[in-house]
Design a protein around this ligand. Structure first.
Ligand code: GMT
Length: 376
């Protein structure tokens, strides 16, 4: 198949999932064409079957707001015609599903199937804003198929948009070879001294991530055990998190690494992963942690309970319960046997339920179905 993927190129989860899916599809012999305004952060252009088509957005004095959606639609048409796309997979509803629909109309009578994957705030925040709700609903209804990354997100989508279109759940996935427990602690010594526990958080530091809660959890843990915290990523709440660390005297044991590439090399060096988002549709990084054998501390919110089995692969607490999460973490770190079992269970759950092979086959079956339905 020839598959176009329209996505955000940034470090966020929707772009990461789109990129990983593209790589998996290409490795199965499909031609995959990424369409975005910049090179997706995890995209490997050296893989056979993967190409990238940049969307340029020319400005004009009248354009106070350069129309990216229109430039994207035009680029999708161009790629569809010249590369012979069968399917366009839009990741994150706005503007990708709308631009895809527009492109499909422009291409008629040539057929282009459109699949949209909803990732999270495209439904829970952006999509619910009155300014965007009708157009998000339109994008959903006009797609040939719509998927959501968790049962939770599918349920919210049905509640908010009451769509006629069926919302299918295709969860996020991991490559168990890439995300795996570390053998030996060679890299770990770069981040923590002998005898210190290592906690890790990765995100785009948006308010929804509640990164100050990560620091609060860590602050309580380190009062009980020697520990360090790695904070990977960047975003609006990073300065506040750094300031809190300085105010608490944690600056020497909390390390902000910024947008570090190859997170899969850092992840397995951690003892615990902390994700205190108050609404996470799925929590891809929590899945990556579990696949790396790292138990997760998080809030019982959104789709996280579908990813983490509280008491087995980590611990979930009500939003804001930093003391509870810290207590769970300390208890686990103090009990070597329980820790080993949680680490093993985390890996087993990630590989058993979210293995790339299974989920990518389901995406392929979906593409084939929409193509068959549309006579393609
Ligand atoms: O929806 C967002 O906030 C953006 C999106 C992204 O691009 O970072 O994140 C969402 O998609 C990820 C991949 O499917 C999920 O793992 C994240 O849970 C989800 N983020 C939220 O729901 C806050």
């Amino acid at each position: 198949m020839k598959i176009g993927i329209a996505c955000y190129p940034t470090f966020g989860g929707s772009g990461v999932v789109a990129t990983e899916l593209g790589h998996e599809l290409a490795s199965r012999g499909h031609d995959v064409h990424f369409i975005s305004y910049a090179l997706p952060s995890r995209l490997n252009l050296f893989q056979r079957g993967v190409s990238y088509h940049e969307v340029a957005v020319p400005t004009y004095p009248l354009f106070n707001y350069p129309p990216y959606d229109l430039a994207l639609a035009t680029r999708i048409v161009d790629v569809a015609l010249h590369e012979g796309l069968d399917v366009l997979h839009a990741h994150y509803a706005l503007p990708h599903a709308i631009s895809a629909h527009l492109a499909r109309e422009m291409l008629l009578p040539r057929r282009l199937a459109v699949v949209t994957t909803l990732h999270g705030t495209d439904v829970t925040i952006v999509g619910q804003d009155r300014s965007y709700l009708p157009i998000t609903r339109f994008g959903i209804e006009r797609s040939d198929a719509v998927t959501a990354v968790s049962e939770y997100l599918a349920r919210v989508t049905r509640e908010v948009f009451d769509p006629v279109k069926e919302i299918e759940v295709l969860p996020n996935f991991i490559d168990p070879e890439r995300w795996r427990p570390a053998e030996g602690s060679r890299r770990r010594s770069c981040f923590a001294k002998e005898g210190e526990r290592l906690l890790l958080h990765v995100s785009n530091f948006r308010p929804v991530k509640r990164v100050l809660d990560v620091v609060e959890v860590f602050d309580r843990v380190r009062r009980e055990l020697p520990a360090r915290l790695l904070m990977i990523g960047d975003g609006p709440d990073r300065p506040a998190a750094e300031e809190l660390c300085r105010a608490r005297g944690l600056a020497g044991i909390v390390h902000f690494l910024g947008n570090t590439p190859a997170v899969e090399e850092v992840m397995p060096t951690a003892d615990l992963y902390v994700l205190t988002t108050d609404m996470e549709s799925f929590g891809l990084s929590a899945l990556e942690a579990q696949a790396s054998g790292v138990p997760v501390l998080g809030y019982r919110a959104g789709g996280l309970p579908e990813v983490i089995e509280s008491g087995t692969t980590g611990f979930l607490r009500p939003v804001g319960d930093v003391a509870g999460l810290a207590a769970d973490g300390v208890a686990l770190l103090r009990d070597e046997r329980a820790y080993r079992e949680a680490s093993r269970a985390a890996r087993a759950r990630a590989v058993g339920l979210f293995d790339a092979d299974t989920i990518v086959e389901r995406y392929l079956a979906l593409y084939e179905r929409v193509l068959a339905e549309s006579g393609g």
